[in-house]
Design a protein around this ligand. Structure first.
Ligand code: AHG
Ligand code: MN
Ligand code: MN
Length: 326
């Protein structure tokens, strides 16, 4: 049995930079266990699903109580680590952490906010970038680099099992929290997303707002065996990206959240830095693909911490197929 601790110990060895990353991921995983406990109390923690105040968060979404509590937990856990700054969905500006730190962390503290009070999986997404104050006088410059510069990324999903899907740039691993021992235990090494799939995940209620290429893609899927794709598709959409992503890591599929014509959705819904980048890194490390339709997600240069991006990720051949419609 390999625990997260032993895995990270072996991976880091005596390398100081790797030890810094290992300590940071350990802290996020630890904070995640606390969030998982809160989520598991369900309706007993009713207030966690309540809308907080009247002001939307930095990205323009309404904030639930648990969005803020999760951010507080992650912030506290990261304080003694090598993270110098935190970029978070719930905070307009970077949050300063350890002044000696040489990493910047970006998080979606609570992914799937609309599912908090429905006993459906929610999660936490993180991305870790190197930070060198000599090169990046403004720490925002360290955060706003193309995702290919990430040194580690992952997400926790708080569901029937609390799982951690992680990459350190050498494949994607799945850890499961073992409630008996209290440890995260390595359950799958070298995760590989099947290249082909017949399963897609979209919020179909938005189709009329989509652009023409995406509408054509979905029409062709819906046409099934008789249509140009020549096969019948299945649809699955949890509405918590972490849960949809975990299904894709398990049996393949594509997740699709395109741009649409509604106000505020011109660039889709998902955030580039703390949602699309980490998912794209994990997916590519598992031999899948991630694109905004035209550009590989990991090559996109961010221009704003909270910017949104159209997002397609999952089974490589299907992601390429979608890109071909553009
Ligand atoms: P968040 O809860 O962090 O705002 O993210 C929600 C995301 C993602 O988890 C999910 O797949 C998608 O938004 C759902 O969007 P719709 O409600 O528009 O379907
Ligand atoms: Mn999210
Ligand atoms: Mn969120």
């Amino acid at each position: 049995m390999v625990t997260l601790q032993t895995f990270l110990g072996t991976w880091a060895g005596d390398d100081a930079a790797r030890k810094a990353v290992a300590g940071t991921v350990t802290a996020i995983a630890q904070a995640g266990l606390g969030i998982a406990d809160l989520v598991a109390r369900g309706p007993l923690e009713e207030s966690l699903a309540k809308v907080r105040g009247v002001d939307p968060n930095a990205g323009g979404d309404t904030q639930k109580e648990l969005d803020v509590v999760a951010e507080e937990r992650i912030c506290a856990a990261l304080m003694p680590t090598a993270a110098a700054f935190l970029a978070s969905e719930e905070s307009e500006e970077l949050i300063p952490l350890n002044p000696e730190g040489r990493l910047v962390v970006a998080v979606d503290p609570l992914d799937g906010s609309s599912n908090i009070d429905t006993n459906v999986s929610v999660g936490t997404i993180y991305s870790i970038m190197p930070y060198d104050p000599a090169e990046q006088a403004d720490p925002k410059a360290a955060v706003m680099r193309p995702g290919r510069h990430q040194v580690a990324a992952g997400f926790l999903a708080y569901g029937p099992a609390t799982i951690l899907v992680a990459t350190f740039g050498d494949g994607t691993q799945v850890f499961v929290h073992d409630r008996l021992s209290g440890d995260f235990v390595l359950a799958r090494t070298e995760v590989e997303i099947p290249a082909e799939t017949k399963e897609y995940g979209v919020n179909q209620s938005n189709v009329r707002h989509w652009d023409a290429p995406m509408q054509r893609y979905l029409d062709d899927c819906l046409a099934g065996k008789e249509g140009p794709r020549g096969k019948d598709f299945n649809m699955r959409w949890v509405g918590s990206m972490v849960a949809d992503a975990f299904r894709i890591f398990t049996r393949g599929g594509v997740y699709v959240y395109p741009a649409d014509k509604r106000k505020g959705y011109e660039n889709g819904r998902l955030r580039l830095i703390y949602e699309a980048f980490p998912l794209a890194f994990l997916v590519e490390q598992a031999k899948g693909g991630a694109t905004d339709g035209k550009t590989r997600i990991l090559d996109i240069q961010p221009h704003h911490i909270h910017q949104r991006i159209p997002l397609v990720f999952g089974s490589r051949a299907e992601v390429e197929k979608i890109a071909s419609y553009y």
